[in-house]
Design a protein around this ligand. Structure first.
Ligand code: GAR
Length: 209
């Protein structure tokens, strides 16, 4: 008798977001339409006013404001417990402006993705987020920018790059016009990268154990 091959496991996702959460929404929408075969579980934000939390609530998944103010003594442990309670396989940082604690990074080594609004390794690092990135790209006279999905290590924006998408800068490009173009690119790149992980086309060592 031939053995049935096991269907690939549906990966459970956690998101960390500090702001609007449009990248989060792109993933939630892709999962809801079955364009992406992954299972969103929980959104965590350091910012109680982050619209990303509302997006999580509207999608019917766990949505938590955890910060050093809400949990001055046990923030990392609270976050870790929440990830374990939801049996999270993969973490996606979608505009999260804090570093994850060492223990969380250790437990989820090779299983934390970040989206950055530029072509790393250029225009990354501490303090490089949001419009500041696009201001730096325009000020440098760059001909191209883009988006990068990478694995997270203990520094800002330095882990191994998984995927990138490029766009040219137009004449008269402003940081604001570039931000809008790159954000649309980010949404597609992030969903495409997750699709490749879901299908096994992109193998993450951290998911193998
Ligand atoms: C995105 O542009 C993301 O790349 C950026 O924050 C924005 C969040 O937008 N992240 C960084 O700059 C990380 N260094 P969103 O809340 O609408 O998804």
């Amino acid at each position: 008798m031939s053995q049935m091959s096991q269907p690939p496991k549906q990966l459970k996702l956690a998101f960390f977001a500090s702001g609007n959460g449009s990248n989060l929404q792109a993933i939630l929408d892709a999962c809801a339409s079955s364009e992406l075969d992954m299972s969103p579980q929980v959104v965590i934000s350091n910012n109680s006013k982050a619209y990303a939390l509302t997006r999580g609530q509207l999608a019917g998944i766990g949505s938590h404001h955890f910060s050093s103010k809400t949990h001055p003594h046990n923030l990392d442990q609270t976050i870790l417990n929440t990830l374990l309670e939801h049996s999270v396989d993969l973490i996606v940082l979608v505009g999260y402006m804090k570093k994850l604690g060492d223990e969380i990074l250790e437990r989820f080594r090779g299983r934390v993705l970040n989206i950055h609004p530029a072509l790393l390794p250029e225009f990354g690092g501490h303090g490089m987020y949001g419009l500041k990135v696009h201001q730096a790209v325009v000020a440098a006279g760059a001909t191209h920018s883009g988006a990068t999905v990478h694995l997270v290590d203990s520094e800002y924006d330095t882990g191994p790059i998984l995927s990138q998408a490029r766009i040219p800068l137009s004449s008269g490009e402003t940081p604001e016009s570039l931000a809008a173009k790159v954000l649309a690119l980010e949404h597609r790149l992030l969903v495409e990268t997750l699709q490749k992980i879901a299908s096994g086309e992109l193998e993450l060592e951290g998911l193998k154990t």
